[in-house]
Ligand binder design. Structure first.
Ligand code: UDP
Length: 352
């Protein structure tokens, strides 16, 4: 079969690392990179470190509003599919690249396979939630990371075939976390010791685009009374810089600011952190796998099982709640929530 896979941003490069090489043992894959994340720190390094095959086609579509970006992607992917004539289009997760790839394929009556289907935060103000719901409803094969995701899709009555395969990001984390944990170089670079720091990430539009919320984020980070490593997403860096608040974080003694890190350096910090403070989707479940208690700076999550298991606490941008959650002791049990690390194999089997 000929498969066009559409990817475009950091977590999708991680997800493709679990699938692309396996897929190519049985099928011809044309990997399309939309360009949503295009620089070395958010893109190139992931292809190199995780041995993701180089993109066959790059669309260089970045920036603009969500609608503008999705529109430009649609305009390019439509003719691309007409040229390539694949049997299947594969998309991952919940980004503009996911929706554009899925919709362009569905309009061309090419079957769509959606990996990480069925996730819901039930917050329709999140652009990611709109992308998830719409992509699920136009997909022919919906491959879910958890039973909760399967149940969400059944409740919504999606038209496509639903399968539980596990989470492809777990495959990658299980493979790389032990090696990354043993490398303390990134901790030395950040000036922190194993088990004695909090690793923080923030880039959700709802937290960084609105100056009032961004200020609450800064105050929360400043209030953390222990070493904190903050690899700064370019979007967050730009908003902080524009607001004039980057200097405050730089000057704070407990804060170690770094550029966005490659997967191995980031995973070294994650697996050696005392706790994780994030608004990322992927980082919540990677923290769970690494047995790092997670505090999530959102009021909803699509990774509900981590909260139910007692390893993740939702605090939105409430600094007091975050400080107390950072000292919450997680339970001794940490059940396997998102599969056994072989989701990639099941994805390939499901495609046929
Ligand atoms: N990540 C990374 N370097 C960083 C921050 C995150 O390699 O500096 C990885 C992280 O391990 C995870 C993915 O990027 O695999 C999560 O991406 P992000 O938080 O951008 O997206 P989300 O999951 O929130 O959509």
């Amino acid at each position: 079969m000929k498969i066009v896979t559409v990817i475009g941003n950091r977590p999708q490069f991680v997800k493709a690392a679990a699938v692309s090489r396996l897929l190519r043992e049985r099928h011809d894959e044309v990997l399309v990179h939309t360009g949503q994340h295009h620089d070395d720190e958010l893109s190139t390094i992931f292809f190199e470190e995780l041995s993701v095959p180089r993109p066959d086609l790059e669309l260089h579509i970045a920036g603009g509003t969500n609608t503008d970006q999705t529109g430009r992607m649609l305009a390019d992917i439509g003719p691309l599919l007409a040229r390539e004539r694949p049997d299947v289009v594969l998309v991952y997760g919940d980004t503009n690249s996911t929706l554009a790839g899925g919709l362009a394929a569905a309009q061309a009556t090419i079957p769509v396979v959606h990996i990480e289907a069925g996730m819901r935060s039930f917050d329709r103000t999140m652009p990611e939630e709109l992308n998830r719901v719409l992509t699920d409803h136009l997909s022919d094969v919906l491959l879910c990371p958890s039973q909760t995701a399967v149940d969400n899709l059944r409740r919504e009555g999606v038209a496509g075939r639903v399968e539980l395969v596990g989470d492809v990001m777990v495959d990658v984390a299980m493979l790389f976390q032990p090696r990354a944990k043993a490398d303390l170089g990134p901790l030395r670079d950040a000036g922190v010791a194993p088990g004695e720091f909090v690793l923080a990430t923030s880039h959700r539009a709802a937290n960084v685009d609105d100056p009032v919320r961004l200020r609450r984020l800064v105050d929360l980070l400043l209030a953390v009374g222990e070493p904190l490593v903050l690899p700064l997403h370019p979007r967050t860096g730009a908003r902080l810089d524009a607001a004039g608040w980057l200097d405050e974080l730089q000057a704070a003694e407990h804060v170690s600011l770094t550029p966005p890190l490659g997967y191995m350096a980031f995973t070294s910090l994650l697996t050696n952190a005392r706790a994780v403070l994030t608004d990322s989707g992927g980082v919540q479940k990677e923290a769970y796998l690494a047995a790092a208690p997670c505090v999530t700076m959102r009021d909803t999550t699509e990774w509900v099982e981590t909260v139910e298991a007692g390893w993740n606490v939702l605090v939105d941008l409430d600094a007091d709640a975050a400080l107390s959650a950072l000292h919450h002791t997680p339970p001794s049990e940490r059940p396997q929530l998102y599969g056994d690390g072989r989701a990639g194999e099941r994805v390939v089997a499901a495609i046929g």
